[in-house]
Every structure is written in C-alpha cells, then in structure tokens.
Design a protein around this ligand. Structure first.
Ligand code: SF4
Length: 397
C-alpha cells in the first residue's frame, strides 16, 4: 500500500533507483535496504549498523546530490526504524529568559540588551513564580530557563535561583543554562566547567538545553558569535554534564554564514560525542531568523530546512529523537518535517522570547498541536524531557 497521510507507516513507493547507476543512487539503495531490514527485525541493530552508518563523504554526497524526495523518504525510513510506533511526542514547557543582559553581542541575536540599556531586565522572583505557576496550571512539566551572559550576577545567584525553584515548585523539571552560560559562569568565577556543573546539580539542576551550539565550528563561531564559548568548550561542557549523569539536548541554528561542510561537521562532532557518552536525548535544528539582527540575508527556504532535518536523522543514527521546529518554520512545514525524519513536535512553548524578538511569532495551543499531528496520521503524546510519556511514564515511545 502506498504511504498516505492516514497511513504514515506504510512503505514509501518511490523509485530512487531508476536511471543510470551513480554513487548517490547506490548509497540510497544501500540505506533503503538496511532500514527495511532493521524495521522488519529491530534485533538486527548491531548487524545493520555498518550499513546505516554514514561516513563524512557519504553524508556529503547525500546532502548535496540526493533529490529532496529520496532524502526525505530515507530519513522517514530511519525514523520509523527507530520509532516503530505511531506516535509523535511533544513537551509542554515554558521558555523563561531570566535576563536579556548580555556582553556577547552575537551578530545573529535580536534578543540581548547590553548592560545599562533601558530595556535590560532581570526577572524578579515574583514574576518567575507567576510564570512557573501558570506553566503548571496549563499542564506544563518543565521550564527551559536561559539568559544572556550577565556580567554582574555571580554563580551563587543561579544556585539560589535553583534552590528556590526546587523548594517552591518541586514538581517542575528545570532544564536550564546552555553550555555558553556555563562556560561564562566558570570563567567569571575562576572555576572549572566541571566545578560549575557540580554546584548547579547540587542546587537542583535537572538537565541542560543544547542552546548556543549555533554551528559547532570555530571558523563560523568566530564570525557570528566571537565572544561566546568555542565549539570545543560547548562539546566539553556537554561531555562533562553527561559524565555527571545529566541528560542534555543538542541544537543547531543554521542558515547564516555556514557552508554545507560546516553544517555536516556539526553533525559529525555530535555523533562522535554521543558515541562516547550517550547523553543527548534529542537533536533540534532550526533556521536563523535575520530580522532585527546584524546578519543580512533571507531566511532559509522550507526545502533547505527539510533537507537538514533529513540529513540530521540519517547522520545522527545514535540520537533517539529529532525535533521539528514549528516556532521558526511555522506549523505546516513542521508538520511536513514529521515525514523527513522528525519524530517529535518540540514544545507547546507556553512562552518564547528569543525567536519572537526577530518578529517571527508563530503560536500554537495544545489543541492545535494535537490537530496538526493527528492530520498526519500520527498520535500526539505529551512527554517529559527524557521522553517518558506523561500519561504512562514507564513507556518511552
Ligand atoms: S545569543 Fe545569547 S550569548 Fe549571544 S548575544 Fe544573544 S543572549 Fe547573548
């Protein structure tokens, strides 16, 4: 039976093998066969892994030469092999940006304000409490708490904040402080990254968001965010967090100054670290939004976004989850991403400030998210950060 929106698990009926044999066609053929074998018998994971694992050269060929449809079909096969059920998950959380004061001034950022700016803020405990209460009342399970690199807040400020949140709202999961913030805390306090993470865990931190990764090559970081941590420091922070037992996510913001080789390098350094630690739960790619920033270019097309989601699913064969980004791409492209390798619809996102600062303002209610997912033939299920389902926490999808 051909694949339809009402039947998302049926085999795709495309023929990538017509025409003369080429490197990209034989690669597609190999992967198609390997994922079909894996779907038929998931116990074969070990034997299939050598056929599924892409070399850097193969990823380059696929990303640059495969047609969009073939790339998407392969990524969907990879997604179904990894998530054979009929579920699409999402988390209900709130982005809380505790401060917009930042000394980094990244060229792609429309959110930050320099110290002393009239619009600079640090959220009070009263405002924080109200935001967390609202999140819980709306069925939210976690807060994603990040902020600018504030030059005057000591590490003890963040420790006190965590202790207070844990005391006042013991049920809420605290997903907070991206690697650049942690590196900034360490440098400011004269501590190691490891010492900072130990102290944050002791104060109540549950997991670390993968923000601030942008593109994990220093040739790009030095151009778009020269005052932010290096690619090596980002990866090292995540490695240490994983070793200390924290789960984290990984992100990629693309469509600014990177080239295809930078984007692929980003995926391969993540795959390598995941092989070593297994600590990443999800990969979340999104597109740079240029409005209000100091990088002048057009936003990425839907096609470019879907190619990246697909190649990420294929390269990151050791990642459990790939998320669609409705916040930057809008609900319809995010819906399409569910057929290009994404298995998760991201977050209900009760509040979002960073993308909104660029003027992009997609908003979805829980009912809309359910409806968007159901129209694809998948079943929406709310999850926790670690992908346990909220209704049946024993079962991960
Ligand atoms: S992206 Fe983060 S670190 Fe960079 S300027 Fe914005 S708030 Fe600061």
């Amino acid at each position: 039976m051909p694949q339809t929106l009402a039947n998302p698990n049926a085999a795709l009926s495309f023929d990538p093998l017509s025409g003369p044999d080429t490197e990209v066609r034989s690669l597609i053929r190999r992967l198609e066969k390997a994922y079909a074998a894996l779907s038929a018998d998931p116990k074969q994971e070990r034997t299939c892994v050598r056929d599924i694992r892409l070399s850097e050269e193969e990823a380059k060929i696929l990303y640059s030469e495969a047609d969009l449809y073939s790339l998407g079909a392969l990524a969907h096969a990879a997604r179904l092999a990894r998530h054979p059920g009929n579920m699409v998950t999402y988390v209900a959380d709130r982005n809380i940006n505790y401060s917009n004061v930042c000394v980094c001034a990244c060229r792609f950022c429309a959110f930050f304000r320099p110290p002393g700016h009239p619009q600079a803020y640090v959220l009070s405990r009263e405002v924080l409490a109200q935001k967390i209460q609202e999140t819980i009342a709306l069925g939210g399970t976690q807060i994603l708490m990040q902020g600018g690199h504030h030059p005057d807040l000591p590490l003890s400020y963040y420790e006190d904040l965590l202790v207070w949140i844990r005391g006042e709202f013991p049920s809420i999961h605290i997903h907070a402080f991206s690697p650049p913030e942690i590196v900034f805390f360490a440098e400011k306090e004269g501590l190691s990254i490891s010492e900072v993470i130990v102290r944050l865990i002791k104060a109540g931190l549950h997991s670390i968001p993968g923000g601030g990764a942008e593109i994990l090559t220093d040739r790009i970081r030095s151009r778009v965010s020269p005052r932010k941590c290096t690619a090596g420091q980002w990866l090292e922070t995540m490695r240490i967090a994983h070793v200390q037992g924290l789960k984290t996510t990984a992100t990629m913001m693309f469509g600014h100054e990177e080239k295809a080789e930078d984007l692929l390098e980003h995926l391969f350094v993540l795959r390598k670290l995941q092989d070593q630690t297994g600590g990443f739960t999800a990969f979340i790619p999104w597109t740079f939004q240029p409005s209000g920033t100091r990088i002048k270019r057009n936003p990425e097309s839907a096609q470019s976004y879907l190619r990246v989601v697909a190649i990420a699913r294929l390269v990151l064969d050791n990642f459990f989850s790939v998320q669609a980004s409705w916040v930057t791409m809008g609900p319809h492209i995010a819906q399409l991403a569910l057929f290009f390798g994404a298995n998760d619809f991201g977050s209900l996102m009760i509040e979002e400030n960073v993308v909104a600062a660029t003027g992009v303002s997609f908003q979805l209610t829980r009912e809309q998210i359910h409806s968007i997912i159901e129209k694809t033939g998948f079943i929406p299920r709310q999850r926790h950060m670690d992908y346990r389902l909220t209704e049946n926490p024993e079962n991960a999808p």
